[in-house]
Design a protein around this ligand. Sequence first.
Ligand code: SF4
Length: 280
Amino acid sequence: MKIQRKPEWLRKRANPGDQAGMRKLLGELRLNTVCQQALCPNISECFSCGQATFLILGRNCTRLCSFCNVEKQAPLPVDHDEPGRVAEAVCRLKLSHAVITSPTRDDLSDGGAAVYAATVSAIRKESPGTRIELLVPDMQGDIASLAVVALSRPDIIAHNVETVPCLYHIRSGADYRRSLEVLKNSKELAPEIKTKSGIMLGMGEVELDVLEVFRDLRSVGCDYLSIGQYLAPSRAHYPVQEFVTPERFGELQRAALESGFLHVESGPYVRSSYHAAQYA
Ligand code: SF4
């Protein structure tokens, strides 16, 4: 089923004027953001408030998820100065909470773990009071790589399951159980670090499967959860199957909290990094 028209609650307008300051800073420091790459609908709101999610390790992804707008091209060489530039951006933006993510880098033996760790280290040096959230790819389930990330001591390690297991055919190269293992291993490696995951709705999932995902995430000790509406970046991407109502998002938030998450953001515009500073 293809749905062409967005409902009223999904008619958010982007205002390029609100984004000018952030775009200038990102250009000066040659930094990428997932906000731009993923065509996030919250970009005006976040950029105008000085919020952005930094996309390290280049803009090219080695996987082919059919819902994602991040570029699927040959990955670029690692830019070893990038951690310092991210730290400078965090300082200039006076961020109390910084979210760092990357495309999947299956071409790197450590999945990019060393660059994540160097970025945490650079931010700690330049802005010691900033809370740091790393939204990591699965690093092919390699525990040694995940240990490098955990030992860098971010405040939050996030890894999104994105959807229910029976729809994993749209997450090329991913594996639901392996994603759960990333969260489980993060918690075992560093119990004091909070873990977080996210799921998108409207991809054709049924409610029982969503509730099962909540249980699975809690069974691996996941602390925080984001629940948002999937929006297809273009007609070439996996089509939206359903627009979930704000009321339904509210019901699912209550169900998730009852299952034991410490904090849940749930709503049509929620993304993993949306209102990230509020998870506590
Ligand atoms: S919700 Fe996250 S990805 Fe979207 S614009 Fe805000 S910070 Fe960027």
